[in-house]
Design a protein around this ligand. Structure first.
Ligand SMILES: Cc1cc2nc3c(=O)[nH]c(=O)nc-3n(C[C@H](O)[C@H](O)[C@H](O)COP(=O)(O)OP(=O)(O)OC[C@H]3O[C@@H](n4cnc5c(N)ncnc54)[C@H](O)[C@@H]3O)c2cc1C
Length: 441
């Protein structure tokens, strides 16, 4: 062994303490399974991310015992999301027209709302709970460099990493690649992968909340998207679609140009846009889709973005990583008991999770096609669908249940598509599933 080299042994080695890895570490700790989370960053994340906890993410936090302990001054419940038509970035403002309102209050309680938190609040709560429960169970500043396999076989039996410049070897029965869309674990496993980079990414900003804004607004126009979500205190998140990688040009054009673009879409944002004074209040969110031939190998598994990054239109990227973690945590004790960590022993995890993930990836891609479009015909169709969803309770509820992460079934079948586009009448437009609640405003 090299001087300073360290060797540790655990049952489950988790690469990455992001949305999925942190939840998995905590869920396994709560089940009494030995696990070690290795994170290359030097500490908990501090950057700006969009922080909408959909109902399925709230369920995960609830099961971990964390939902009710999130600080109330850092969270806000949002019930209504209004979709409005915007004039478009390259057109004169034509005012905005409400197309559709999505009411989370229709979902079965208690998860009948979206929860918007200040940056990293839920993630920090998970990391804190993990470190309190298992001191030393999370190691920052640790970059995983390669997988270790057993002599002559493909079975993964651990990994090698660098911790503060020194080599670290971890022996593990299972290695989990929770290391994001550009996963090194996936590469080391040589899993065939299709990576698609979308043409548009998002500029995110956290700014002063427009006066009286209690509900979320989402403007869609001709090649223009601007979302405004009220956050805790006097803050609001803005999500603004920009060409992928164009942040340097946006910055070069200056803050005033950006403010004017936003005001063109929503003139009521005057106070909010004036609160943008520094680029540090913004972040760039790249968008990519990952499709992998498999998520499991002998002694290794991928979760979250490493297995299936998706476009943020689904509003489910982080939620799906968290749900993966919970599903895998349920399977691990069984593998431990049987001493079987083969790909086929891990396959039930993939079989359980893949259908929902693939459905969400497809739905997000359709939304990219129609929502991001500059094509007037597609924009017209999109607006017709929004208007149908506003009137048609059945279809509106189905889209809501999918976005909330509570349904794994595609929101529309073939006939539903025709009805959504207004080409067929829907005799069941008022039929809601029994779990739906129909509250008044
Ligand atoms: C700016 C921004 C805003 C976003 N906003 C939203 C949003 O509003 N809603 C939403 O659902 N999703 C959002 N996402 C996407 C969401 O963050 C991801 O879908 C989610 O975090 C995926 O979780 P994960 O655990 O799979 O990967 P990640 O959260 O990316 O975590 C991967 C972790 O692995 C670590 N890592 C990587 N390689 C190694 C290595 N070799 N050794 C050790 N550690 C390693 C990384 O440092 C990272 O901490 C946003 C993403 C960005 C970038």
């Amino acid at each position: 062994m090299k001087p300073g080299a360290e060797r540790v042994e655990t049952d489950v080695a988790i690469v990455g303490a992001g949305g999925g890895g942190a939840v998995l570490g905590l869920a396994l700790a709560q089940k009494g399974v030995r696990a070690l989370v290795l994170e290359q960053a030097s500490g908990p994340p501090t950057g700006l991310r969009g922080e909408i906890l959909q109902p399925n993410g709230q369920q995960v936090l609830d099961r971990l015992g964390l939902l009710d302990s999130l600080p109330s001054n850092a969270t806000r419940s949002v019930r209504w999301f209004h979709f409005c038509r915007a004039g478009g970035a390259r057109e004169e403002a034509r005012g905005s027209e409400r197309l559709c309102t999505v009411d989370y209050g229709m979902l079965p309680p208690p998860y009948n709302r979206a929860v918007v938190t200040l940056p990293n609040v839920a993630h920090h709560a998970i990391l804190h709970a993990l470190e309190s429960r298992v001191p030393g169970g999370l190691r920052y500043g640790t970059t995983v460099t390669r997988l270790v396999r057993s002599g002559g076989r493909d079975q993964v039996v651990g990994l090698e990493a660098e911790y503060e410049g020194k080599p670290l070897t971890v022996s593990a029965k299972l290695v989990v690649g929770a290391d994001g869309a550009l996963s090194k674990v996936r590469q080391a496993l040589a899993i065939p992968t299709k990576f698609h980079q979308y043409r548009e990414g998002y500029l995110i900003a956290i700014l002063d909340r427009p006066e009286g804004l209690e509900e979320a607004k989402y403007f869609v126009g001709r090649h223009a998207i601007l979302g405004i979500f009220p956050a805790a205190g006097d803050k609001a998140y803005l999500f603004y679609m920009i060409p992928a990688g164009s942040m340097p040009q946006i910055k070069a054009a200056g803050i005033q140009v950006l403010r004017e673009r936003w005001l063109k879409i929503d003139p009521s944002l005057e106070k909010t846009v004036q609160s943008l004074v520094d680029w540090n209040q913004t972040a760039y969110m790249p968008t990519g889709r990952v499709r992998t031939a498999t998520w499991v190998a002998d002694g290794a598994v991928l979760i979250g973005d490493a297995a299936h990054a998706m476009n943020p239109h689904a509003s489910q990227g982080r939620m799906q990583a968290m749900v993966d973690a919970m599903a895998l945590a349920e399977l691990v004790p069984d593998c431990l008991q049987r001493g079987d960590w083969s790909a086929s022993a891990l396959a039930p995890f993939e079989r359980r999770r893949r259908p929902q993930v693939e459905m969400l990836q497809r739905m997000a891609d359709e939304q990219v096609l129609f929502w991001n479009t500059g094509n007037p015909v597609l924009a017209l169709l999109r607006d017709r669908v929004f208007k149908t969803l506003d009137r048609n309770k059945r279809l509106g509820y189905r889209v809501l249940a999918v976005t909330a992460g509570l349904s794994a079934e595609a929101p529309f079948g073939m006939l539903d598509r025709l009805m959504a586009a207004g080409l067929l009448p829907d005799p069941r437009a008022d039929c809601l599933p029994s779990e739906a609640v129909v509250p008044g405003r």
